[in-house]
Design a protein around this ligand. Structure first.
Ligand code: KIV
Length: 334
């Protein structure tokens, strides 16, 4: 479970103390161990003071009442953020440690992308990954977080056949992984899937522009929507919004067109290689943290060089094992 989380624009709550003062929340440990309300006690040992805790302390006391536990960011929060001109960040995550860390750092939405095919399972494309392979990763991410909205990708082959197949797969992610929304690729051609899933009560994030699951059909990693194709992309954006998607990822779309879509739609747009005018941005975490080496797509910004950090640490460990420096006496038992 995560340690104390940073407050952010969506989940900073306020509570009123016994003197009527409004106090900001946000310092409550995330993870469900926090007291459930202003008068709740954290442990049986604390009940000795419970009776007096219900009265105002006669000579002072804690500066503020216990903060309310953080609450999950909901799709409506993200839509409201757009209406109020506030941007938000999404990152991929496929495990508990990164999920908790990214949430603490203020990332509002975490995506268990089908890019796990490449970044976890070592495939060359996203096509081979299965529902059964993604669900355990999604479950780990969902259970390690308390505030972020958790979105799981529907992998290739798990929703294209029929609306019924799409709903059944989305239901599995909600029930077995505990995610809060699903993402699927495709614009107008997926409108009936989006409608069917949202009708079942499951929020859908759409994904248009370059859609990696269709890379063979699209002829490779190419910017989508240039020139006359811009009209089709605009129609895709309108179709997914009309079908009930709560947001739409635009991948490798010219900035001007992405800005136009963002201005037109009431739902938030999430850019990846779609310029600065989108309401939110998403990156694959191994790309932005520099764990993946080699040539990165143009839209990737490397904020760290994790590959070097890990390589150096592991190199020293190997050296110390071989030279007998590790384990030291203080790390050994008598
Ligand atoms: O699978 C993925 O990681 C994605 C994004 C990065 C948008 O779909």
């Amino acid at each position: 479970m995560p340690e104390a989380a940073q407050p952010n624009q969506f989940t900073t709550t306020s509570s009123t103390d016994t003197n009527g003062n409004v106090t900001a929340a946000g310092s409550t440990p995330a993870g469900g161990n926090a007291p459930a309300g202003p008068n709740a006690t954290a442990s049986p040992g604390a009940t000795a003071g419970a009776a007096s805790a219900e009265q105002p302390a006669p000579y002072g006391g804690p500066a503020s009442a216990p903060a309310a536990p953080p609450r999950r960011i909901r799709t409506l929060d993200l839509i409201k953020a757009k209406a109020e001109g506030r941007r938000w960040a999404m990152l991929t995550s496929y495990d508990q440690y990164t999920a908790a860390l990214f949430e603490q750092a203020g990332v509002e939405a975490l995506l268990i992308g089908d890019s796990a095919a490449n970044n976890v399972y070592g495939h060359a494309t996203t096509l081979p990954v299965t529902v059964d392979e993604l669900i355990p990763l999604a479950r780990a991410v969902a259970s390690a977080t308390a505030r972020a909205l958790i979105v799981a990708d529907l992998p290739f082959g798990s929703y294209e056949i029929s609306d019924e197949q799409a709903v059944a797969t989305a239901v599995r992610f909600m029930k077995e992984a505990g995610v809060h929304a699903v993402k699927l690729e495709g614009g107008a051609r997926m409108a009936s899937r989006i409608k069917a899933i949202t009708t079942a009560g499951i929020p859908v994030m759409a994904h248009i522009g370059f859609t990696p699951q269709a890379e063979h059909n699209l002829g490779g990693y190419k910017v989508q929507g240039r020139g006359e194709a811009g009209t089709e992309l605009l129609e895709d954006a309108r179709a997914v919004a009309e079908a009930g998607a709560f947001s739409v990822v635009m991948e490798m779309v010219p900035s001007g067109l992405a800005g136009q879509v963002t201005a037109e739609l009431a739902i938030p747009t999430v850019g990846i290689g779609a310029g600065a005018d989108c309401d939110a941005q998403v990156l694959v975490w191994q790309d932005m943290a520099g764990l993946r080496t080699g040539r990165a797509p143009r839209f990737v910004k490397r904020y760290a060089d994790l590959h070097s950090v890990l390589a150096e640490a592991v190199g020293r460990y190997v050296e110390e094992v071989k030279s007998g420096v590790f384990p030291e006496p203080e790390r050994s038992f008598d």
